[in-house]
Design a binder for this molecule. Structure first.
Ligand code: NAD
Ligand code: UD1
Length: 358
Protein backbone atom coordinates (compact mmCIF):
# COMPACT_ATOMS: atom_id res chain seq x y z
CA UNK A 1 0.00 0.00 0.00
CA UNK A 2 1.20 3.48 -0.85
CA UNK A 3 0.59 4.77 2.68
CA UNK A 4 3.19 2.36 4.03
CA UNK A 5 5.83 4.24 2.06
CA UNK A 6 4.76 7.69 3.20
CA UNK A 7 6.85 9.22 5.96
CA UNK A 8 5.03 10.39 9.05
CA UNK A 9 5.52 14.08 9.66
CA UNK A 10 6.47 15.23 13.14
CA UNK A 11 6.36 18.73 14.60
CA UNK A 12 9.39 19.20 16.86
CA UNK A 13 8.98 22.14 19.22
CA UNK A 14 12.30 23.28 20.67
CA UNK A 15 14.01 21.36 17.88
CA UNK A 16 16.88 23.86 17.63
CA UNK A 17 18.01 23.07 21.17
CA UNK A 18 20.48 20.57 22.58
CA UNK A 19 18.30 17.44 22.73
CA UNK A 20 16.04 18.58 19.87
CA UNK A 21 18.85 18.84 17.29
CA UNK A 22 20.12 15.34 18.08
CA UNK A 23 16.59 14.00 17.95
CA UNK A 24 15.88 15.63 14.57
CA UNK A 25 18.86 13.75 13.12
CA UNK A 26 17.69 10.47 14.64
CA UNK A 27 14.16 11.06 13.30
CA UNK A 28 15.42 11.67 9.76
CA UNK A 29 17.61 8.60 9.96
CA UNK A 30 14.57 6.59 11.07
CA UNK A 31 12.54 7.86 8.09
CA UNK A 32 10.42 10.55 9.76
CA UNK A 33 9.80 13.93 8.18
CA UNK A 34 10.46 16.82 10.55
CA UNK A 35 9.30 20.40 10.97
CA UNK A 36 11.14 22.37 13.66
CA UNK A 37 9.36 25.10 15.61
CA UNK A 38 11.55 27.15 17.96
CA UNK A 39 11.75 30.77 19.13
CA UNK A 40 15.57 30.51 19.41
CA UNK A 41 15.40 31.86 22.98
CA UNK A 42 18.10 29.36 23.96
CA UNK A 43 19.47 28.22 20.61
CA UNK A 44 20.68 29.46 17.25
CA UNK A 45 20.04 29.20 13.52
CA UNK A 46 23.54 27.82 13.21
CA UNK A 47 22.39 24.70 15.06
CA UNK A 48 19.61 24.21 12.49
CA UNK A 49 22.07 24.81 9.63
CA UNK A 50 24.35 22.14 11.00
CA UNK A 51 21.53 19.64 11.36
CA UNK A 52 20.62 20.32 7.71
CA UNK A 53 24.23 19.72 6.68
CA UNK A 54 24.42 16.47 8.66
CA UNK A 55 21.20 15.07 7.20
CA UNK A 56 21.98 16.35 3.69
CA UNK A 57 18.76 18.30 3.22
CA UNK A 58 17.30 21.59 4.39
CA UNK A 59 15.26 21.16 7.50
CA UNK A 60 11.94 23.02 7.58
CA UNK A 61 12.22 25.60 10.33
CA UNK A 62 9.66 28.00 11.78
CA UNK A 63 11.01 30.67 14.14
CA UNK A 64 8.15 31.30 16.52
CA UNK A 65 6.94 30.91 20.09
CA UNK A 66 4.68 28.04 21.20
CA UNK A 67 2.61 30.63 23.07
CA UNK A 68 1.67 32.19 19.72
CA UNK A 69 -1.50 30.23 18.92
CA UNK A 70 -2.05 31.95 15.57
CA UNK A 71 1.31 30.88 14.16
CA UNK A 72 0.84 27.38 15.55
CA UNK A 73 -2.57 27.15 13.85
CA UNK A 74 -1.05 28.17 10.51
CA UNK A 75 1.58 25.47 10.91
CA UNK A 76 -0.99 22.79 11.74
CA UNK A 77 -3.25 23.96 8.91
CA UNK A 78 -0.47 23.63 6.36
CA UNK A 79 0.96 20.24 7.43
CA UNK A 80 -0.47 16.87 8.20
CA UNK A 81 1.30 15.86 11.37
CA UNK A 82 1.22 12.41 12.91
CA UNK A 83 2.33 13.91 16.20
CA UNK A 84 4.43 16.37 18.16
CA UNK A 85 7.66 15.97 20.08
CA UNK A 86 7.57 18.81 22.58
CA UNK A 87 11.01 19.93 23.76
CA UNK A 88 10.29 23.68 23.89
CA UNK A 89 10.80 24.95 27.41
CA UNK A 90 13.11 26.85 29.69
CA UNK A 91 15.35 24.65 31.82
CA UNK A 92 17.60 26.63 34.20
CA UNK A 93 16.69 25.71 37.77
CA UNK A 94 18.30 28.81 39.35
CA UNK A 95 16.65 31.19 36.88
CA UNK A 96 13.30 29.52 37.52
CA UNK A 97 13.60 30.45 41.21
CA UNK A 98 14.16 34.11 40.38
CA UNK A 99 11.66 34.22 37.47
CA UNK A 100 8.89 31.78 38.39
CA UNK A 101 6.20 33.54 36.33
CA UNK A 102 8.35 33.30 33.21
CA UNK A 103 8.83 29.57 33.76
CA UNK A 104 5.18 28.83 34.43
CA UNK A 105 4.10 31.04 31.53
CA UNK A 106 6.54 29.50 29.06
CA UNK A 107 6.58 25.86 30.14
CA UNK A 108 3.02 25.40 31.38
CA UNK A 109 1.19 28.15 29.47
CA UNK A 110 3.07 27.31 26.27
CA UNK A 111 2.19 23.63 26.58
CA UNK A 112 -1.49 24.40 27.14
CA UNK A 113 -1.55 26.56 23.99
CA UNK A 114 0.14 23.79 22.03
CA UNK A 115 -2.34 21.17 23.30
CA UNK A 116 -5.30 23.41 22.45
CA UNK A 117 -4.08 23.83 18.88
CA UNK A 118 -3.34 20.10 18.60
CA UNK A 119 -6.90 19.35 19.74
CA UNK A 120 -8.31 21.80 17.21
CA UNK A 121 -6.44 20.06 14.39
CA UNK A 122 -7.08 16.58 15.79
CA UNK A 123 -3.38 15.76 16.23
CA UNK A 124 -3.41 13.79 19.45
CA UNK A 125 -0.04 12.03 19.63
CA UNK A 126 2.53 13.73 21.84
CA UNK A 127 5.96 12.95 23.26
CA UNK A 128 6.75 15.38 26.07
CA UNK A 129 10.17 16.18 27.59
CA UNK A 130 9.76 15.51 31.28
CA UNK A 131 12.58 15.07 33.75
CA UNK A 132 13.79 12.90 36.60
CA UNK A 133 13.47 16.10 38.60
CA UNK A 134 9.76 15.16 39.07
CA UNK A 135 10.90 12.43 41.51
CA UNK A 136 12.41 14.99 43.93
CA UNK A 137 14.49 13.23 46.58
CA UNK A 138 13.74 9.59 45.79
CA UNK A 139 12.84 7.14 48.54
CA UNK A 140 14.14 4.10 46.64
CA UNK A 141 16.75 3.42 43.99
CA UNK A 142 16.66 2.67 41.13
CA UNK A 143 13.73 5.01 40.53
CA UNK A 144 10.78 3.47 38.72
CA UNK A 145 7.89 5.31 37.12
CA UNK A 146 5.54 4.56 40.01
CA UNK A 147 7.74 6.42 42.51
CA UNK A 148 6.15 9.38 44.29
CA UNK A 149 6.53 12.74 42.58
CA UNK A 150 7.48 16.03 44.23
CA UNK A 151 9.48 19.10 43.30
CA UNK A 152 11.09 21.96 45.13
CA UNK A 153 11.75 24.56 42.41
CA UNK A 154 9.58 26.27 39.76
CA UNK A 155 11.35 24.51 36.86
CA UNK A 156 10.56 21.10 38.36
CA UNK A 157 7.05 22.23 39.29
CA UNK A 158 6.45 23.27 35.69
CA UNK A 159 7.37 19.77 34.46
CA UNK A 160 5.18 18.19 37.11
CA UNK A 161 2.30 20.54 36.29
CA UNK A 162 2.48 19.54 32.61
CA UNK A 163 2.46 15.86 33.60
CA UNK A 164 -0.72 16.43 35.64
CA UNK A 165 -2.30 18.31 32.73
CA UNK A 166 -1.47 15.44 30.36
CA UNK A 167 -2.92 12.92 32.80
CA UNK A 168 -6.16 14.89 33.09
CA UNK A 169 -6.35 15.30 29.33
CA UNK A 170 -5.98 11.57 28.77
CA UNK A 171 -8.75 10.91 31.32
CA UNK A 172 -11.05 13.44 29.67
CA UNK A 173 -10.65 12.04 26.15
CA UNK A 174 -9.18 8.63 25.40
CA UNK A 175 -8.16 9.55 21.88
CA UNK A 176 -5.05 11.30 23.24
CA UNK A 177 -1.78 9.32 23.24
CA UNK A 178 0.62 11.12 25.55
CA UNK A 179 4.09 9.86 26.44
CA UNK A 180 6.13 11.76 29.06
CA UNK A 181 9.78 10.81 28.75
CA UNK A 182 11.53 11.45 32.03
CA UNK A 183 15.15 12.14 31.15
CA UNK A 184 17.86 11.49 33.69
CA UNK A 185 21.10 13.46 33.03
CA UNK A 186 21.61 14.01 29.29
CA UNK A 187 25.25 14.60 28.29
CA UNK A 188 27.48 14.03 25.25
CA UNK A 189 27.24 15.32 21.71
CA UNK A 190 26.82 14.11 18.13
CA UNK A 191 29.74 11.92 17.04
CA UNK A 192 30.53 14.37 14.20
CA UNK A 193 31.46 17.07 16.72
CA UNK A 194 29.14 19.42 14.82
CA UNK A 195 26.31 19.70 17.33
CA UNK A 196 26.29 19.66 21.11
CA UNK A 197 25.29 21.53 24.24
CA UNK A 198 25.98 25.26 24.06
CA UNK A 199 25.26 26.92 27.42
CA UNK A 200 24.77 30.70 27.29
CA UNK A 201 26.72 31.57 30.39
CA UNK A 202 28.87 29.76 32.90
CA UNK A 203 27.35 26.27 32.89
CA UNK A 204 25.19 25.15 35.81
CA UNK A 205 25.43 21.48 34.93
CA UNK A 206 28.36 19.21 35.58
CA UNK A 207 29.42 17.89 32.15
CA UNK A 208 29.54 21.26 30.34
CA UNK A 209 31.42 22.69 33.32
CA UNK A 210 34.00 19.89 33.20
CA UNK A 211 34.47 20.29 29.45
CA UNK A 212 34.97 24.05 29.75
CA UNK A 213 37.62 23.46 32.42
CA UNK A 214 39.29 20.90 30.14
CA UNK A 215 39.38 23.35 27.21
CA UNK A 216 40.78 26.10 29.45
CA UNK A 217 37.77 28.43 29.49
CA UNK A 218 37.23 27.91 33.22
CA UNK A 219 39.96 27.48 35.83
CA UNK A 220 38.64 24.79 38.07
CA UNK A 221 35.59 22.71 38.85
CA UNK A 222 33.88 23.11 42.22
CA UNK A 223 32.54 19.76 43.37
CA UNK A 224 29.46 20.46 45.46
CA UNK A 225 29.90 18.22 48.47
CA UNK A 226 32.06 15.18 49.27
CA UNK A 227 30.12 13.96 52.28
CA UNK A 228 27.16 12.29 50.59
CA UNK A 229 26.45 8.64 51.46
CA UNK A 230 27.80 7.47 48.09
CA UNK A 231 30.75 5.48 46.76
CA UNK A 232 33.20 8.39 47.17
CA UNK A 233 31.11 11.04 48.95
CA UNK A 234 30.22 12.95 45.76
CA UNK A 235 26.78 13.01 44.14
CA UNK A 236 25.70 10.10 41.96
CA UNK A 237 23.69 10.57 38.74
CA UNK A 238 22.48 8.53 35.78
CA UNK A 239 24.29 10.20 32.87
CA UNK A 240 22.82 9.29 29.49
CA UNK A 241 24.29 9.99 26.05
CA UNK A 242 22.14 12.46 24.10
CA UNK A 243 22.32 10.15 21.07
CA UNK A 244 20.77 7.34 23.10
CA UNK A 245 18.18 9.79 24.36
CA UNK A 246 17.38 10.81 20.77
CA UNK A 247 16.85 7.14 19.88
CA UNK A 248 14.47 6.89 22.83
CA UNK A 249 12.26 9.49 21.13
CA UNK A 250 12.26 7.52 17.89
CA UNK A 251 11.28 4.43 19.88
CA UNK A 252 8.46 6.36 21.57
CA UNK A 253 7.11 7.55 18.22
CA UNK A 254 7.36 4.06 16.74
CA UNK A 255 5.39 2.81 19.72
CA UNK A 256 2.70 5.46 19.17
CA UNK A 257 2.51 4.61 15.48
CA UNK A 258 2.08 0.90 16.22
CA UNK A 259 -0.44 1.49 18.98
CA UNK A 260 -2.52 4.01 17.09
CA UNK A 261 -2.65 1.88 13.96
CA UNK A 262 -3.80 -1.10 16.03
CA UNK A 263 -6.37 1.08 17.82
CA UNK A 264 -7.73 2.06 14.41
CA UNK A 265 -7.95 -1.53 13.28
CA UNK A 266 -9.02 -3.32 16.43
CA UNK A 267 -11.32 -2.47 19.30
CA UNK A 268 -9.33 -4.79 21.52
CA UNK A 269 -6.39 -2.44 22.09
CA UNK A 270 -6.50 0.02 24.94
CA UNK A 271 -5.60 3.65 24.17
CA UNK A 272 -2.14 4.81 25.26
CA UNK A 273 -3.51 7.53 27.53
CA UNK A 274 -0.81 9.11 29.68
CA UNK A 275 2.35 7.04 29.72
CA UNK A 276 5.41 8.14 31.74
CA UNK A 277 8.68 6.42 30.83
CA UNK A 278 12.18 6.89 32.26
CA UNK A 279 15.03 7.41 29.84
CA UNK A 280 18.19 6.55 31.73
CA UNK A 281 20.93 3.94 31.65
CA UNK A 282 20.06 2.41 35.01
CA UNK A 283 23.64 3.02 36.22
CA UNK A 284 24.84 5.61 38.68
CA UNK A 285 28.16 7.43 38.22
CA UNK A 286 29.67 9.74 40.83
CA UNK A 287 30.86 13.27 40.11
CA UNK A 288 34.46 12.22 40.78
CA UNK A 289 34.14 9.15 38.54
CA UNK A 290 32.93 11.40 35.72
CA UNK A 291 35.80 13.86 36.28
CA UNK A 292 38.36 11.04 36.09
CA UNK A 293 36.72 9.48 33.03
CA UNK A 294 36.73 12.84 31.22
CA UNK A 295 40.35 13.46 32.13
CA UNK A 296 41.33 10.01 30.79
CA UNK A 297 39.52 10.44 27.49
CA UNK A 298 40.55 14.04 26.83
CA UNK A 299 44.07 13.67 28.28
CA UNK A 300 43.52 17.02 29.99
CA UNK A 301 43.94 17.81 33.66
CA UNK A 302 40.65 18.79 35.33
CA UNK A 303 41.58 20.79 38.42
CA UNK A 304 38.86 20.62 41.09
CA UNK A 305 38.11 21.62 44.65
CA UNK A 306 35.48 20.39 47.08
CA UNK A 307 32.98 23.01 48.21
CA UNK A 308 29.73 22.98 50.16
CA UNK A 309 26.73 21.04 48.89
CA UNK A 310 24.53 22.91 46.40
CA UNK A 311 21.11 23.77 47.83
CA UNK A 312 18.43 21.46 46.48
CA UNK A 313 20.85 18.70 45.40
CA UNK A 314 20.18 15.09 46.25
CA UNK A 315 22.76 12.39 46.97
CA UNK A 316 21.90 9.79 44.34
CA UNK A 317 19.56 9.46 41.40
CA UNK A 318 19.43 6.70 38.81
CA UNK A 319 16.72 5.12 36.77
CA UNK A 320 15.05 1.83 36.50
CA UNK A 321 15.15 1.60 32.71
CA UNK A 322 13.01 -1.56 32.51
CA UNK A 323 9.79 0.05 31.30
CA UNK A 324 11.49 1.65 28.30
CA UNK A 325 13.01 -1.70 27.40
CA UNK A 326 9.80 -3.65 27.80
CA UNK A 327 7.40 -1.21 26.13
CA UNK A 328 9.59 0.63 23.64
CA UNK A 329 12.28 -1.98 23.01
CA UNK A 330 14.80 0.76 23.78
CA UNK A 331 17.87 0.73 25.98
CA UNK A 332 20.90 2.98 26.27
CA UNK A 333 23.95 1.65 24.45
CA UNK A 334 26.71 4.20 24.99
CA UNK A 335 29.18 4.27 27.89
CA UNK A 336 30.50 7.00 30.14
CA UNK A 337 33.71 6.97 28.04
CA UNK A 338 31.59 7.56 24.89
CA UNK A 339 29.80 10.44 26.61
CA UNK A 340 33.12 12.05 27.61
CA UNK A 341 34.76 11.44 24.22
CA UNK A 342 31.89 13.01 22.26
CA UNK A 343 31.54 15.95 24.66
CA UNK A 344 35.27 16.58 24.33
CA UNK A 345 35.17 16.39 20.53
CA UNK A 346 32.32 18.94 20.42
CA UNK A 347 33.97 21.21 23.01
CA UNK A 348 37.41 21.17 21.42
CA UNK A 349 36.06 21.68 17.88
CA UNK A 350 33.71 24.49 19.06
CA UNK A 351 35.33 26.10 22.11
CA UNK A 352 32.86 28.98 21.90
CA UNK A 353 29.82 26.93 20.95
CA UNK A 354 27.85 27.77 17.81
CA UNK A 355 28.57 31.47 17.82
CA UNK A 356 32.30 31.67 17.21
CA UNK A 357 33.59 28.80 15.14
CA UNK A 358 37.37 28.34 15.02
P1 NAD B 1 17.46 23.62 25.18
O1 NAD B 1 17.29 24.91 25.90
O2 NAD B 1 18.74 23.39 24.47
O3 NAD B 1 16.27 23.42 24.12
C1 NAD B 1 14.98 23.93 24.34
C2 NAD B 1 14.58 24.69 23.09
O4 NAD B 1 13.27 25.22 23.27
C3 NAD B 1 15.50 25.87 22.78
O5 NAD B 1 15.95 25.79 21.44
C4 NAD B 1 14.62 27.10 22.99
O6 NAD B 1 14.97 28.17 22.12
C5 NAD B 1 13.24 26.53 22.73
N1 NAD B 1 12.14 27.24 23.41
C6 NAD B 1 12.04 27.56 24.72
N2 NAD B 1 10.87 28.16 24.95
C7 NAD B 1 10.20 28.22 23.77
C8 NAD B 1 8.97 28.75 23.37
N3 NAD B 1 8.15 29.36 24.22
N4 NAD B 1 8.60 28.62 22.08
C9 NAD B 1 9.42 28.03 21.17
N5 NAD B 1 10.62 27.53 21.50
C10 NAD B 1 11.01 27.63 22.78
O7 NAD B 1 17.16 22.46 26.21
P2 NAD B 1 17.37 20.89 26.07
O8 NAD B 1 18.46 20.50 26.99
O9 NAD B 1 17.45 20.51 24.65
O10 NAD B 1 16.01 20.39 26.72
C11 NAD B 1 14.88 20.08 25.93
C12 NAD B 1 13.72 19.78 26.86
O11 NAD B 1 14.07 18.70 27.71
C13 NAD B 1 13.32 20.93 27.77
O12 NAD B 1 11.92 20.95 27.90
C14 NAD B 1 13.97 20.57 29.09
O13 NAD B 1 13.28 21.11 30.18
C15 NAD B 1 13.87 19.06 29.07
N6 NAD B 1 14.89 18.40 29.89
C16 NAD B 1 16.20 18.69 29.68
C17 NAD B 1 17.17 18.08 30.48
C18 NAD B 1 18.63 18.41 30.29
O14 NAD B 1 19.42 18.11 31.18
N7 NAD B 1 19.06 19.00 29.18
C19 NAD B 1 16.78 17.17 31.47
C20 NAD B 1 15.44 16.89 31.63
C21 NAD B 1 14.49 17.50 30.82
C1 UD1 C 1 20.12 19.55 37.48
C2 UD1 C 1 18.84 20.13 38.05
C3 UD1 C 1 17.66 19.32 37.52
C4 UD1 C 1 17.67 19.36 35.99
C5 UD1 C 1 19.01 18.83 35.49
C6 UD1 C 1 19.14 18.95 33.99
C7 UD1 C 1 19.39 21.11 40.22
C8 UD1 C 1 19.27 20.99 41.69
N1 UD1 C 1 18.89 20.08 39.51
O1 UD1 C 1 20.19 18.18 37.86
O2 UD1 C 1 16.45 19.89 37.99
O3 UD1 C 1 16.62 18.54 35.47
O4 UD1 C 1 20.08 19.60 36.07
O5 UD1 C 1 19.18 20.27 33.59
O6 UD1 C 1 19.89 22.10 39.70
N2 UD1 C 1 27.97 19.36 40.29
C9 UD1 C 1 29.17 19.78 40.81
N3 UD1 C 1 29.72 20.91 40.29
C10 UD1 C 1 29.15 21.63 39.29
C11 UD1 C 1 27.92 21.18 38.76
C12 UD1 C 1 27.35 20.04 39.30
O7 UD1 C 1 29.70 19.17 41.72
O8 UD1 C 1 29.71 22.67 38.86
C13 UD1 C 1 27.36 18.12 40.81
C14 UD1 C 1 26.00 18.31 41.44
O9 UD1 C 1 26.14 18.64 42.79
C15 UD1 C 1 25.36 16.94 41.20
C16 UD1 C 1 25.99 16.46 39.89
O10 UD1 C 1 27.17 17.24 39.72
O11 UD1 C 1 25.74 16.05 42.21
C17 UD1 C 1 25.10 16.67 38.68
O12 UD1 C 1 24.71 18.05 38.63
P1 UD1 C 1 23.94 18.67 37.37
O13 UD1 C 1 24.68 18.34 36.13
O14 UD1 C 1 23.68 20.10 37.67
O15 UD1 C 1 22.58 17.84 37.31
P2 UD1 C 1 21.49 17.58 38.46
O16 UD1 C 1 21.80 18.30 39.70
O17 UD1 C 1 21.33 16.11 38.56
Amino acid sequence: MLENFMKSKILVTGGAGYIGTHTCIALYEAGYDVVVYDNLSNSSREAINRVSTLIGQTIEFIESDIRDAEVLKQVFASHEFFGVIHFAGLKAVGESVSKPLLYYNNNVGGTITLLEVMAEYNVKNLVFSSSATVYGDPENLPINEGSPRSCTNPYGQSKLAVEYILEDLAISDNSWNLIALRYFNPVGAHSSGQIGEDPNDIPNNLMPYISQVAVGKLDKLSIFGNDYPTVDGTGVRDFIHVTDLAQGHVAALNYLEQRTSSINHSDMTKPVGFLPINLGTGKGTSVLELVFAFSDVSRQAIPYQFTDRRAGDIASCYASADKAKTLLGWQAELSIADMCRDTWRWQSMNPNGYTKVV
